[in-house]
Design a protein around this ligand. Structure first.
Ligand code: NDP
Length: 328
């Protein structure tokens, strides 16, 4: 193995918590596995914000580089499925949590965790999508598996965030009428440009409502949980489906059985971390088909690796719009 060094944002455990700093490390910093990747881009997700701030017990091993996703090119491989130069993407599998992740110029992971990038995706475009876009696609695929109707409206909560904004774009591209729920009315133009047909103020769904409300949603993509998810379920139309993937607004779910037993509403959980390889490949190939470079440009900002620690507070406060790509 080469002894040359590379840059990484390193989390180290201390008696009072953890430190985060940009460091120069070498290959001995990386866990043992069969594929080494030159990381070109990573991204900043809500979970990365928690990890960088030492919240939510996200980081489980020290020292390590946070960063739950990355894209780049294979540098060295002992796995027959990958060769040097292959463009690959990684999301989930506990990388950036219990395995050194994407805020590092180099990563070493199990080849089984990697997906080869389908054309025309580049590492940069793949990270404009990132874990958030991949999760949005898993939510859309869940609603499709349930067979929700295209005639009805689909609600997307946390719409101006990473998962939400890509869900709005995907659903509108696929022909659904999308209602975007946001706490940032100033992002209305952004959401309309992504294809939302109506912008709804988050405040109208933040108070606990009746267990059964007027039937409105054919489907829901929920990224926030809590009372908003409960109200969304209560207003889902007969035989509609709700894909729940997030907790940006809370981890509780104060609902009742009525929407399920009187309307046949289906609540589907979406977990991107452990999604099967087949589902990952399907999601990435559909993302490559359904999203254009222009779509992604409109919802992306790019930052340098050095900027990442300073952005953790903003993403946790819901102040980051769309996707933040990290140039590694
Ligand atoms: P972002 O921070 O980009 O987006 C979250 C959005 O939620 C914010 O932009 C805001 O949208 C809304 N929001 C924030 N705080 C509140 C609040 N108190 N009440 C209601 N809404 C709020 O995060 P991501 O898009 O990266 O992730 C969204 C959620 O999905 C997170 O909880 C994340 O952990 C989860 N997630 C889960 C995955 C899985 O595999 N299940 C994978 C990826 C993410 P707005 O300003 O429009 O109101």
């Amino acid at each position: 193995m080469s002894s040359e060094t590379f840059k990484a944002i390193v989390a180290r455990k201390t008696e009072s918590g953890q430190t985060i700093a940009l460091e120069q490390v070498d290959n001995s910093f990386l866990p043992a596995a069969d594929v080494t990747v030159d990381v070109a881009y990573s991204t900043l997700n809500y979970k990365d914000g928690l990890a960088l701030k030492g919240l939510g017990r996200i980081l489980r091993t020290f020292p390590m580089a946070p960063g739950i996703d990355f894209a780049g090119t294979v540098r060295a491989s002992e796995n027959p499925a990958f060769a040097p130069g292959d463009a690959v993407v990684l999301t989930g599998w506990g990388v950036g949590e219990n395995w050194s992740g994407g805020f590092s110029e180099r990563a070493r992971v199990k080849g089984d965790w990697l997906v080869k990038l389908p054309a025309p995706l580049t590492p940069r475009l793949a990270m404009a999508i990132g874990t958030a876009g991949f999760t949005a696609m898993l939510c859309v695929m869940a609603l499709e598996r349930h067979g929700i109707t295209k005639g009805g409206e689909v609600l997307v909560t946390g719409a101006a965030g990473g998962v939400g904004s890509i869900a709005v774009r995907l659903l509108s591209r696929l022909g659904y009428r999308v209602v975007a729920l946001t706490g940032r009315p100033q992002e209305a133009d952004f959401l309309t440009a992504l294809g939302a047909t109506e912008i709804m103020d988050r405040a109208v769904m933040q108070e606990a409502g009746k267990p059964l409300q007027s039937e409105r949603w054919a489907g829901v993509v929920d990224t926030v949980g809590g009372t908003i998810l409960a109200n969304a379920i209560a207003a889902t139309a007969s035989e509609g489906a709700v894909a729940a993937c997030g907790l940006a607004g809370g981890t509780d779910l104060p609902t009742s059985v009525f929407p399920f037993i009187l309307r046949g509403v289906c609540l589907m959980g979406v977990n991107s971390v452990d999604a099967s390889k087949a589902r990952r490949e399907e999601a990435w190939s559909r993302l490559a088909r359904e999203l254009t470079e222009a779509d992604l440009a409109s919802l992306t900002q790019e930052v340098a690796l050095e900027d990442v620690p300073g952005l953790a507070d903003a993403i946790l406060a819901g102040k980051v719009r769309g996707r933040t790509i990290v140039r590694v």
